[in-house]
Ligand binder design. Sequence first.
Ligand code: SF4
Ligand code: SF4
Length: 163
Amino acid sequence: MQEIINNLPKQAKDKHNENKKFFAKLKKKAPKNMDYIMQELHDQEFKNTDCLECANCCKTTGPLFTDKDIDRISKFFRMKPQQFINQYLRIDEEQDYVLQAVPCTFLGADNYCSIYEVRPKACREFPHTDRKKFQQISNLTLKNVAICPAAFNIVEAMKKRIK
Ligand code: SF4
Ligand code: SF4
């Protein structure tokens, strides 16, 4: 898995123009059953992908934390939300709360998340490949294929499936 992760930025770069063109076309005209296709491709890929062998998202890019996430996680730690913010978060250029540092401080050496049950919504949804109207987040996906081997494979499978 580590070798796949190491090669991913180069592979994603090689596919970048092709992917960009594919998503531009898809934005103009997506198949009627797009959401269904994405669910199928997502499920198929994650049947074969063990995130515990990877954790590259947790290691290289942190989630953003919504107010609801902060409330839920600080309660889990029996902390005041402000205390939690001070200890773990900062505000980024887009005025969102993000982690002060990556790898994520809640990631264990065994790749388990120590706050799994209460983890941020963004972590639960990453890499967003089963979300509705997936073609609308193409800019994010173009970045995610360089981080997430599953997202990379899903986009490759999309290009074969949707002509
Ligand atoms: S979501 Fe993607 S990057 Fe994150 S652990 Fe799973 S395969 Fe790896
Ligand atoms: S909170 Fe958990 S799932 Fe989210 S980045 Fe950190 S370790 Fe990964």
